[in-house]
Design a protein around this ligand. Sequence first.
Ligand code: ZN
Length: 175
Amino acid sequence: MLTTRLPSRVEPYKLAARAEHLEGLMALDGFARLTDEVGAQGGDCRVWLDFGIDAQGRRVIRGRLEAELQLPCRRCLSPLAQHVESEFLLGMVTSDALAAELPSTHEPVLVENEQLNLLTVVEDELILSLPQVVYHDEADCEVSRDQLTSGADAEAAREPAASPFEVLKRLKGKH
Ligand SMILES: [Zn+2]
């Protein structure tokens, strides 16, 4: 079981040169963008990172993360416990131009002044690993099947919400 806390910043070149392994916890309430996406979260994200230099001389990080999240149900918006996990391969770059030279198997991470913001990296990976939509099982959902299939509401529930752009076009059309 992991108990140590990961630092929010590391010196990735040194870690790669020494082929270091880092593992530990990061508090989910430290991820502001994740909170914006899916609401406030408690608990920790578990993270494993292997730093290294590959055969092509690229400095890379192989990583894995796991977290238990409370994600809003698409039907009733009440939280639903979901296990989220992801494996990733990161290539360190010092500029956007260098990021374009990475093979598609690697996701670029920006290293500035020999520092890597681990908080941002882990949060990015966590957001990428979120499921597109989550629903309660029908028996557990606060919006029942009857409510969903009765009358015009059922149509509304199936139609995706109009984009702001669509709404704007319709408004303009009325003038
Ligand atoms: Zn629900």
